[in-house]
Design a protein around this ligand. Structure first.
Ligand code: NAD
Ligand code: TYD
Length: 366
């Protein structure tokens, strides 16, 4: 079986659903169910024995040892992390705990399991660490995209903690010979994305007639990949990647934030016209004619990285992976998904999440 961490979060749950749809191999899913973890994402697997869920923390060394001993996984796919840059600015400690200490504890438990395997099983074992392009820092307009040899230069507590975890993973290959793989992916979007991140937040706010908060001048660039393409890239690396190597995953889709917000407004005008839904602008009390009226520029995020861009040629060339979705097809699917899953949105918008959003946007503390 494979052992997934963080499989109740955004990317992890998409991975678990894709795995179970395309594979018979059992999957053990360990997740602490923080504010970002949601078992409703995995409702489709409720009566599927292939998926076994464990509620627990990757920092819990005893639990990890017990899980490795009991389930003897052939591979680990490690998603569990604190993942939101804005939260890492206001409360960085959880990022060091989970992303650095948690990854270390998981590596230690995996090493102990791996070292006791018979030689053939030892060679087949894999530890795949899911990381981000943010470890490479920021690019100017004319810089070439990040390659696997771009030096690390993380700028937020989030990206610094992910960079630290990448270094630990690398060291387990060089020091112990453990068969590790690392993927560094660009910004994902798609179903089950928690509405604190740009794309789902804009969809959810627009439908509620709330302001669409664009940080700074809105000209920051991100490179967007549909989440199922990220998951297929991870599976490909797990299957055929060379141990000790890192693979950048991206979809060649650089977009300025303000362009993303306008694209979402246009799609929503078409698929959920504000006049049909009776959407009222929460700031003015007037009916909304077009969602773009709600765009509001707010104080910039401190240390805001200007541009990310992934050069994905290595995974394309060496492993034959390519994304299936274009940005246009992926973003339309995503908007459709949010429109058809309003109950999921209502369920994740619980009290504590609403409190955080209110505090974050009202204090101007981006
Ligand atoms: P997410 O925040 O949606 O989900 C994280 C999951 O990990 C949640 O289910 C949460 O409950 C769980 N978790 C957190 N701390 C834990 C702990 N201590 N023990 C066990 N479980 C814990 O994040 P995501 O967007 O799905 O990202 C998954 C991974 O992919 C992360 O490692 C992230 O750095 C990486 N990544 C994300 C993106 C992106 O655009 N979202 C892009 C590239 C890489
Ligand atoms: P986000 O989804 O938080 O991902 P990341 O910071 O990991 O790239 O943000 C994507 C971009 O959108 C980033 O440049 C910050 C910007 N942004 C806004 O302008 N307004 C918002 O309300 C949010 C959440 C993000």
């Amino acid at each position: 079986m494979i052992f997934v961490t963080g499989g109740a979060g955004f990317i992890g749950s998409n991975f678990v659903l894709q795995w179970c749809a395309q594979n018979d191999e059992p999957l053990l899913n360990l997740d602490a169910l923080t504010y970002a973890g949601n078992l409703a994402n995995l409702r489709a697997l409720a009566s599927n024995d292939q998926h076994r869920f464990i509620h627990g923390n990757i920092c819990d060394a005893e639990l990890l040892t017990q899980l490795f001993n009991e389930h003897k996984p052939r591979a680990v796919v490690h998603f569990a992390a604190e993942s939101h840059v804005d939260r890492s600015i206001s409360s960085p400690e959880a990022f060091v705990q989970t992303n650095v200490l948690g990854t270390f504890r998981l590596l230690e438990a995996a090493r102990s399991h791996w070292q006791n395997l018979p030689e053939d099983k030892k060679a087949e074992f894999r530890f795949l660490h899911v990381s981000t392009d943010e470890v490479y820092g920021t690019l100017t307009q004319n810089d070439p995209a990040f390659t696997e040899s771009t030096p690390y230069a993380p700028n937020s507590p989030y990206s610094a903690s992910k960079a630290a975890s990448d270094h630990l993973v690398r060291s387990y290959f060089h020091t112990y010979g453990m068969p590790v793989l690392t993927t560094n992916c660009s910004n994902n979007y798609g179903p089950y994305h928690f509405p604190e991140k740009l794309i789902p937040l804009m969809i959810v706010n627009a439908l509620a007639g709330k302001a669409l908060p664009v940080y700074g001048d809105g000209q920051q660039i991100r490179d967007w990949l549909y989440v199922e393409d990220h998951c297929s890239g991870i599976r490909r690396v797990l299957e055929a990647g060379t141990c000790g190597e890192t693979y950048n995953i991206g979809g060649w889709n650089e977009k300025a934030n303000i362009d993303i917000v306008h694209t979402l407004c246009t799609l929503l005008d078409e698929l959920a016209p504000p006049s049909d839904r009776g959407v009222i602008n929460q700031q003015t009390g007037q009916p909304v004619k077009q969602y773009a009226e709600l765009i509001t520029y707010v104080t910039d995020r401190p240390g805001h990285d200007r541009r990310y861009a992934i050069d994905a040629r290595k995974i394309e060339r060496e492993l034959g992976w390519k994304p299936a979705e274009t940005f246009e097809t992926g973003i339309r699917k995503t908007v459709d998904w949010y429109l058809n899953n309003q109950e999921w949105v209502r369920n994740v918008m619980d009290g504590s999440y609403r409190d955080w959003v209110a505090k974050h946007y009202e204090s101007g503390n981006k």
